[in-house]
Design a protein around this ligand. Structure first.
Ligand code: ZN
Length: 466
């Protein structure tokens, strides 16, 4: 046998003996914020895990050409009110592989998890919700958010005990920290809030909070002070819409708290308008508003701008309203800030909602990275995957395997075209899938393939605190 022929057959034998993987993503630009890797690699998946990240040509049962595409850890949305099969489809098409309801949270939480287990397209989880607990104990008639009893009056001592017992039970049953929306329960006095922070601290779990309404500086002072005295890790939700024109001072305060050693984080979504329930405390005192105020409100169910008259009618009826209240400059400041995570605050229901429910992550990549160059691609991926995973991993060790594109990590992967990725959801028509996510995998299962949602797959797992 000639030497060349022998070498050839040896190579063939080696190739035949080489492990064959379940899925191989070949030749994409692998972006892994944990290691800093940003290079052309082939990624191989066995079962639910990443088995290889290599410059070698690997073999797989399913082989995907990822040339020209970015291969990133799947995105982790810390603030997703949409927790239905419908909402999960928009998330998956936006690169999200884990969607968590941490602001409002859930109560009773075991029922919430049970309703989704084995049925979800992507991973899911919730915090122990102070809002739903307070609504149940105080017999508020609202749906997602309070609209009467839990808004209008203080809880009695007995009610406070019952609310805390519900939150404690939900933390015991795996709640991912405690969710709070003080702006929606304005009659919850500072003592009541401090007592709840103390409860979360006893579990060593974070508080995810929509701060009190009114003065932004005072609202941040309240939650940062409560975090300092209780030791609770603090996450302030949607700093863009919570702080609006005061976003720079809000970011400065959070940076300052972190510099002083406090565990304080925040998040933002890339839109100049917010959305909340029209019957909630966000609109207490609406009777005193000027006509221009109502013109900044959009009713997504019909697409109309509101007047005093239509506002009154819809407030009595209930539902979501969109409010234009921020500037591009403030949104960009929050999105580009290095430690601010990306989180959608989104919900799409029966084809209606705010575009953030469908377009948040594509919009950051398309508008703020590609078009405006306000931040790097690596930073955008970090803020959408690694930072949220790190926020959760002390209480939920499963998150140590997410937000990373490395051997041994969960095969939650978003593959997108960096030249094309963009949001398509608009304020007039929010229920539009993002463009540019070519492949999305949830623990090794393709939920998006060639830009198309896959039917009949439910690889999503519950994320819980331990
Ligand atoms: Zn909120």
């Amino acid at each position: 046998m000639r030497a060349g022929a022998w070498l050839g057959s040896a190579l063939l034998a080696a190739q035949l003996a080489a492990p064959s993987y379940d899925v191989v993503l070949r030749g994409g630009r692998v972006v892994d914020p944990a290691s800093g890797l940003d290079a052309i690699r082939t990624v191989a998946i066995t079962g639910k895990k990443i088995a290889a990240v290599s410059t070698d040509p690997l073999k797989g049962r399913i082989e995907i050409d990822a040339t020209g595409l970015v291969v990133a850890p799947g995105f982790i949305d810390l603030h997703s009110h949409g927790q239905t099969p419908e909402a999960y489809r928009y998330k998956a098409m936006d690169g999200v592989t884990t969607a968590l309801e941490l602001e409002v949270g859930a109560s009773p939480i075991s029922e919430w998890y049970k309703a989704r287990e084995g049925k979800a397209l992507i991973h899911f989880g919730a915090s122990a919700g102070h809002i739903p607990a307070r609504m149940a104990v105080m017999k508020d008639s609202g749906s997602l958010l309070p609209r009467d009893a839990a808004v209008n009056r203080a809880a009695t001592g007995d009610e406070q005990k019952l609310i805390e017992a519900a939150v404690r039970r939900d933390l015991d049953e795996g709640g991912l920290g405690m969710g709070m929306g003080i702006a929606y329960t304005p009659t919850a006095a500072p003592d009541e809030i401090l007592s709840l922070f103390t409860l979360a601290a006893s579990f060593k779990r974070p508080v995810f909070v929509h701060m009190r309404g009114g003065n932004v500086v005072a609202s941040i002072q309240e939650v940062v002070a409560d975090a300092a005295v209780t030791g609770v890790p603090l996450h302030i939700v949607h700093i863009n819409s919570a702080a609006t024109a005061k976003t720079p001072v809000a970011l400065q305060m959070i940076d300052g708290a972190r510099a002083r050693g406090l565990d304080v984080t925040t998040e933002a979504y890339p839109y100049i308008a917010s959305m909340t329930e029209i019957a909630s405390a966000a609109y207490s005192g609406w009777e005193q508003r000027e006509p221009e105020y109502f013109a900044r409100l959009l009713w997504p169910a019909t697409g109309e701008r509101l007047t005093r008259e239509s506002f009154a009618r819809y407030r009595a009826q209930g539902g979501f309203v969109i409010q234009f209240g921020n500037t591009e400059e403030m949104v960009r400041a929050a999105i580009a800030h290095p430690s601010v995570m990306i989180a959608s605050d989104g919900i799409i229901e029966n084809g209606k909602g705010h575009p953030r429910g469908a377009g948040t992550f594509a919009r950051v990549l398309g508008v703020y990275v590609r078009e405006q160059k306000a931040l790097s691609l690596m930073d955008a991926v970090r803020k959408s995957s690694l930072l949220p995973a790190q926020r959760l991993e002390a209480m939920a060790p499963a998150m140590r395997q997410k937000g990373r594109l490395a051997v041994g990590a969960d095969a939650d992967i978003a593959v997108f075209d960096p030249a094309r990725v963009i949001d398509r959801a608009t304020f007039e028509n929010a229920a539009q899938y993002s463009d540019g996510f070519r492949f999305v995998l949830v623990e090794g299962t393709l939920v998006v393939r060639d830009g198309k949602l896959q039917d009949g797959v439910t690889p999503g797992q519950a994320v819980r605190a331990q």
